[in-house]
Design a binder for this molecule. Sequence first.
Ligand SMILES: NC(=O)c1ccc[n+]([C@@H]2O[C@H](COP(=O)([O-])OP(=O)(O)OC[C@H]3O[C@@H](n4cnc5c(N)ncnc54)[C@H](O)[C@@H]3O)[C@@H](O)[C@H]2O)c1
Length: 374
Amino acid sequence: MSDRHRVRIDLHVASAPRECGIHVGAAVLEEAGEILSPHVRGRRLAIICDAAVAQTHAQTLAGACSGSGFDCHQIAVPSGEAHKTLESAARLYEAMFAASLDRSSAVIALGGGVTTDLAGFVAATFMRGITLINAPTTLLGMVDAAIGGKTGVNFPLPGSAVLGKNLVGAFHHPAAVLMDVATLHTLPPRAFRCGLAECIKHALIADPSMLDWIEAHSAALQPARSGELVDFIARNARIKADVVAGDERESGQRLLLNLGHTFAHAIETRPELGLEHGEAVALGLLAACAAGEHLKITNLELRPRLRAVIGQLGLPVRLSSSPPLAEVLSAMNADKKIEDGKLRLLIPVDVGVVEMVRSAPDSAVEAGLASISP
Ligand SMILES: NC(=O)c1ccc[n+]([C@@H]2O[C@H](COP(=O)([O-])OP(=O)(O)OC[C@H]3O[C@@H](n4cnc5c(N)ncnc54)[C@H](O)[C@@H]3O)[C@@H](O)[C@H]2O)c1
């Protein structure tokens, strides 16, 4: 398969004036100027990038946009979840006002999910909203975070130093998404593996045959194998795009994309556990499976199978220490999956079958947590 292999997926949602083109392939950033020209009224662009890609992929992107006549202002944000905050957003607004960006300008978010969430929130709120283009540079960003218009920042839980995940945010769809697989060549292996956790989630929700494929082809899932990777990313991006197209504001089907995330959000912001988001999702999927066993709705063959594939991909299957149950429950209760004070828990029943348990008992959470404890 050629290294120039490209896939384009079109996502249409009711709130966006036109469809969002999702471009997957190698050297997509080099064509950024042409791709984004029809979407940007003015000539000024803010390239909001993760500091880790400021000297590399941001230069490629800025060169391509300048070549198409845009006036680019690069603003780097320090790497890491700890910077996905309102303080970072305020610094970005300041830099954008200083660069005289206006309502005809656009933001290009270049980085992983932390950057697309933060820069997307800034684009949603700067002068009441300007055009956003996402250019994810992590696998997780490509298969998940850069698609679907959810933007936001973390916010401290009341009376606690722990940040609540994505508690402040907005829906703001990108006008286009540029997925250049060449950016994955510089991605640390640990960050690459994190993206695979969301792909397992997609398989569990919507594509049982993809779980077979991942089990059989885990060795092919390397940043350097760009042909296979383009198709794999496109397959996952299409799953996410189809779910979003059917339920833009997360009132039904889209909730399924949160599979594993209620557990994940409660453990990933605990610094002593040292977890990245994708690692917490992998553990969250296993915990949700165990919670389903406790509730007697999950196929008992599912968790060993999941555990094997998660381990085979180099993702964690156990926590490094056990967080106190009461604190996990309290973090879950502050999560957005609470309705009328009751915890809604998504449970994998089997591959391709997910059930929403609307009033999950604490004992199910306890069973889930116990299953991933050291
Ligand atoms: N909005 C959504 O729908 C959605 C969906 C899933 C996840 N998310 C969010 O995404 C975030 C996780 O995203 P992530 O896993 O991409 O993490 P991340 O953005 O923190 O990136 C992971 C690491 O890779 C580095 N990096 C990024 N691209 C690189 C590259 N090409 N080369 C070298 N280093 C690079 C970053 O500096 C960081 O250290 C979480 O905050 C999560 O809440 C959002």
